[in-house]
Design a protein. Structure first.
Ligand code: G6P
Length: 608
């Protein structure tokens, strides 16, 4: 988590940095800070709370003149959100300023050693050891000192560093935390993610593990951990510059929900050719696909929910055993993996620490890893054997919507491809699946047209205390995501249950008026789901159902029904999730909450 930005060039640094930080607030927003060199010394400004507070404090950067600076928006790990703990951090003399994203795992040991040598620490952060340790090694050559620090620190970091006695340079370094750098005619930039730089440049360099960067207004040089100069390829970012703007919507979340038809199309269309699914980036022959013994899907959060859905689709269509796990559990349970299994990791950011470690673990067991990733050039994309990009563009709202939808499409495509390669479906069946997939964007559009109705319904539940989501099969996977969408942005307690499991305890929580959202799109499980709805309704629940058009008899068991257009049973998730995303969104709006920046959360979880 945390976002970092840096600038060196002809323009005023503070304004550019504040603008970049605004685009990175999804990474953390409990405090923020700036360090700008004014020609003589490094000045620092920090504030607690959203970036707006720092903007007000510095009058949009005007009180911090200078052409070289670094900035940070924080998601606290070590030490509460406070001005003292906010970045940038300084060495004791105040001549080296550092912003950091990641965790320095051996910071206590380093801090104790430095304290014995007379260094005084002000904050509770792990980060403060960095400027102090740089100071300890610094003999006038920043590169040499940074290289020594890299060899001493354990953990993850992306760093932006300025030195008072090297006023023409910014330094940066990274390990297991994202960092990009770029240049335009006015100067050079560093940032945690593309949106921070998009306004200024589309040509960026992705920094590799344990690499160091030196930026001047006109030049960028790259070095390995030992300080040896290395060459790097420039990457052209194709994202639309407006992609990271709200574009007339009240919130990024609503904008991103409305981008779902396009996202689905963009992820789907390039992989359909002549009535067939073509996933060239898979790098697997049909024979290799046939020889697979098992698929293991690993991810976190909503991406994990995509995995739960994908299990039903892959097992159902391709008849291949699938195991799904959350990455934080997978990596510590000593999983039994073998070479004839494929590990699929799913991640919007491509930087989630647990998912990245799961990938590394799979590699060390000799498994091939396929990554479904949204952010081009991210750590997971770079380390996986093959990458299937979801072409969702930048997703800013912390609660994912369009990236989730794109991940589902990627999973369906893999399932169809595998099913065909394993002779589980004919080419005619493959064509039918493809036809159904192609209809999804228009069907999603249709559902988005019902947003006012969903808003009216949501307004009735803004004061709800508990909301339960139930479903069976794929509908259970949808329930998991619907429930997460609601709770993460509305702070209403919500749980998702496999509908048949409800009576093993949770049904005792149903009281008069408790809202139960029942997802019933799967024909073979429909009657059973209706029985579960009746069970909760007779105990006082208010039941909202999401089901397929034509299932009107559900109205006997449900108090409120949302119909989704007819699609193949395997693809129902892509449609049923839309009203549930809108429901979560409008509840949050109705409660007057900060929809795009829910408390305690961050979008890119780069710490364990
Ligand atoms: C965070 C985000 C979620 C996301 C999860 C996994 O919790 O708030 O929206 O699903 O991380 O992130 P990833 O980038 O790996 O998909």
């Amino acid at each position: 988590m945390c976002g970092i930005v840096g600038y060196i060039g002809k323009q005023q640094a503070a304004e550019i940095i504040l603008n970049g930080l605004e685009k990175l607030e999804y990474r953390g927003y409990d405090s923020a800070g700036l360090a700008v060199f004014d020609g003589e010394k490094i000045n620092i400004s920090k504030s607690v709370g959203r970036l707006k507070a720092l903007e007000e404090l510095t009058h949009g950067g005007e009180t911090m003149p200078g052409n070289i600076g670094i900035g940070h928006t924080r998601w606290a790990t070590h030490g509460e959100p406070s001005e003292t703990n906010a970045h940038p951090h300084l060495n004791s003399k105040g001549t080296i300023a550092v912003v950091h994203n990641g965790i320095i795992e051996n910071y206590i040991k380093l801090r104790n050693k430095l304290t014995k040598k007379g260094y005084e620490f002000k904050s509770e952060t792990d980060t403060e050891v960095i400027p102090q340790l740089i100071d300890y090694y610094y003999k006038g050559d920043p590169l040499e000192a940074i290289s020594k620090v890299i060899h001493r620190v354990e953990g993850s970091y992306s760093l932006g560093i300025i030195f008072e006695d090297h006023p023409g340079e910014i330094f940066a370094a990274r390990k297991s935390s994202p960092l990009i750098v770029g240049k335009n005619d006015s100067g050079s930039f560093i940032g945690s993610d593309v949106p921070a730089l998009l306004k200024y440049t589309r040509k960026v360099y992705y920094i590799g593990e344990e690499e160091i960067v030196r930026l001047t207004p006109d030049e960028i040089n790259f070095y390995d951990a030992d300080g040896e100069e290395i060459e790097k390829q420039i990457t052209e970012i194709k994202w639309d510059a407006n992609a990271a703007e709200k574009g007339g919507y009240d919130h990024f979340m609503l904008k991103e929900i409305f981008e779902e038809p396009k996202t689905v199309r963009d992820t789907l269309n390039p992989r359909i050719r002549d009535g067939r699914v073509m996933i060239e980036e898979l790098n697997m022959t049909d024979e290799e696909i046939r020889d697979l013994r098992k698929i293991v899907i690993v991810a976190c959060g909503s991406a994990y929910h995509v995995g739960v859905s994908a299990r039903y689709v892959l097992e159902g269509m391709a008849r291949i055993p699938v195991e799904v796990d959350v990455a934080s559990e997978f990596r510590y349970r000593n999983p039994i993996l073998s070479k004839d299994e494929l590990v699929i990791v799913i991640s919007q950011s491509g930087e989630t620490a647990d998912t990245l470690e799961a990938l590394r673990l799979a590699h060390s067991s000799g498994c091939k890893v396929l990554a479904i990733v949204n952010v081009v050039g991210s750590s997971i994309a770079r380390e996986a054997d093959s990458v299937m990009y979801t072409w969702a563009g930048p997703e800013i709202s912390v609660a994912t919507t369009k990236a989730y939808s794109a991940q589902l499409i990627a999973a369906y495509l893999i399932a169809i491809k595998f099913a065909y390669a394993r002779d589980m479906i004919s080419s005619a069946e493959m064509k039918e699946y493809i036809e159904d997939l192609k209809k999804l964007p228009d069907q999603i559009d249709l559902l988005l047209g019902g947003k006012e109705r969903m808003q009216r319904f949501a307004n009735r539940y803004v004061a709800a205390r508990d909301v339960f989501y139930i479903g069976r099969g794929i509908d259970y996977a949808i329930a998991l995501e619907g429930s997460l969408k609601l709770k993460e942005i509305s702070y209403i307690h919500s749980e998702a249950y496999a509908a048949g499991e409800l009576k093993h305890g949770t049904i005792s929580l149903i009281e008069d008026g408790t809202l139960v959202v029942s997802v019933a799109t799967q024909k073979d499980l429909y009657q059973k789901e209706i029985s579960n709805m009746v069970e909760v309704k007779t105990r006082g629940a208010f039941v909202m159902a999401v089901t397929n058009e034509g299932n009107s008899e559900i109205e006997k068991a449900a108090d409120y029904v949302v119909y989704i257009p007819e699609t193949n049973k395997y693809f129902a998730n892509s449609l049923a999730i839309i009203p549930l995303q809108l429901f979560g969104y409008y509840i949050s709006v109705g409660r007057g909450l900060d929809v795009d920046h829910p408390r305690n959360l961050a979008k890119s979880v780069t710490v364990e």
